[in-house]
Design a protein. Structure first.
Length: 358
């Protein structure tokens, strides 16, 4: 019995750990695809499935051929860990907390590979002795049931939870200026153009700093100050990009027009809607990393506030959180902060103005 356990434990432990790691990565991949990646063509969505799919293939390979799979896990796990942590380690910003929290998703893969290498060694000895596991088919093939079944359950569960809402999203195709009357808010939101998700050369959208410093001579999105310098609230209110928009929101003027501005957290939250109905959302307490409270419905990535066919799922707001950070709001109602220097394909913006008749 002891000899039997000695031969089987590396494979059982490795199988359990790799199944858990794979399931977590599949869960992340599916969640991110439905949350961030559901726009554009399928190549955008499929990109989010790469981490989970790679782990799943490595798991199947390790179960089928533990020696080959073990070496693959060691190489991939080590390489991914170096790629993930390397830049931070070189900058001196890699913390023990980050290592401990992320090790199960990267460095542990290499350790699991060692367990599969041991399993491969003992499996060859068992095969030489013509040893066969006893019990019913499910027990004899539990490793395959877990390797295939666990990720599949996550895929089906995630799809069942997310797809119905996504497929029911409303997109009226209108990317012009939109007047949205919300819970105590009545604003016109900028049309497609420089006042709404102006895509930059790097494939993303402007940082809060660049939006705030747009009007600083020479006007434009060029980097105006050295790294480590952050725009203040006064800059957003005076030289911010929105201040230079023409009345129709389609052109950036040479001088500030002071017609448009960046919205506040409360204004975006009060404008949330679902299927054309205002959701009655409020931001309670003025905190960060909290989801707003909605009395009628849960908001989604829909027109007229959002562009479901574009990558931004967050909007910068015109309010700073502190000297280095500013608020942003997600389409599903989360209020968070990000460094003002941050700019990527998910963080967009949209200028607002008061309706003309007011």
């Amino acid at each position: 019995m002891k000899a039997h356990f000695k031969q089987r434990w590396p494979g059982m432990v490795g199988m359990g750990l790799m199944t858990l790691i794979t399931t977590l990565w599949v869960f992340w991949s599916m969640g991110e695809m439905y949350y961030e990646g559901w726009w554009g063509g399928w190549k955008v969505r499929l990109a989010y499935l790469i981490p989970g799919t790679v782990c799943w293939l490595l798991l199947v390979l390790a179960v089928w051929q533990p020696r080959i799979g073990g070496w693959a896990l060691v190489l991939v796990g080590t390489g991914f860990t170096v790629w993930w942590w390397g830049p931070e380690a070189l900058r001196g910003t890699l913390t023990l907390e980050r290592v401990l929290s992320q090790a199960p998703m990267c460095a542990a893969i290499a350790g699991v590979g060692v367990l599969f290498l041991l399993e491969g060694r003992w499996r060859r000895r068992r095969e030489a002795l013509s040893w066969q596991p006893a019990g019913r088919w499910v027990l004899r093939n539990l490793h395959w049931v877990a390797a295939v079944g666990a990720p599949l359950v996550v895929i089906l569960g995630s799809s069942a939870a997310n797809l119905p809402g996504i497929l029911a999203r409303v997109d009226d195709g209108d990317r012009g200026a939109r007047r949205i009357t919300g819970d105590g808010v009545d604003l016109v939101w900028a049309p497609r153009g420089p006042g709404w998700n102006w895509l930059q050369d790097f494939g993303g959208y402007p940082s809060w700093n660049k939006l705030a410093w747009y009007g600083v001579e020479p006007a434009g999105m060029e980097t105006k100050y050295e790294s480590g310098v952050f725009a203040g609230q006064a800059s957003m209110d005076t030289t911010g990009l929105c201040r230079y928009l023409s009345a129709d929101g389609l052109t950036l003027m040479e001088e500030p027009q002071n017609i448009w501005r960046m919205p506040t957290v409360e204004e975006i939250v009060a404008s949330f809607s679902l299927h054309g109905e205002n959701c009655g959302c409020k931001w309670l307490g003025g905190g960060i990393n909290e989801q707003v409270v909605c009395s009628i419905c849960q908001p989604d990535l829909e027109t007229p506030l959002w562009a479901p066919d574009e990558s931004p799922i967050y909007y910068w707001v015109g309010e700073e959180y502190d000297e280095e950070n500013a608020y942003y709001v997600s389409y599903n109602g989360w209020v968070k902060r990000q460094p003002k220097s941050w700019g990527n394909p998910r963080h967009g913006y949209r200028c607002v103005r008061v309706p003309e008749e007011k």
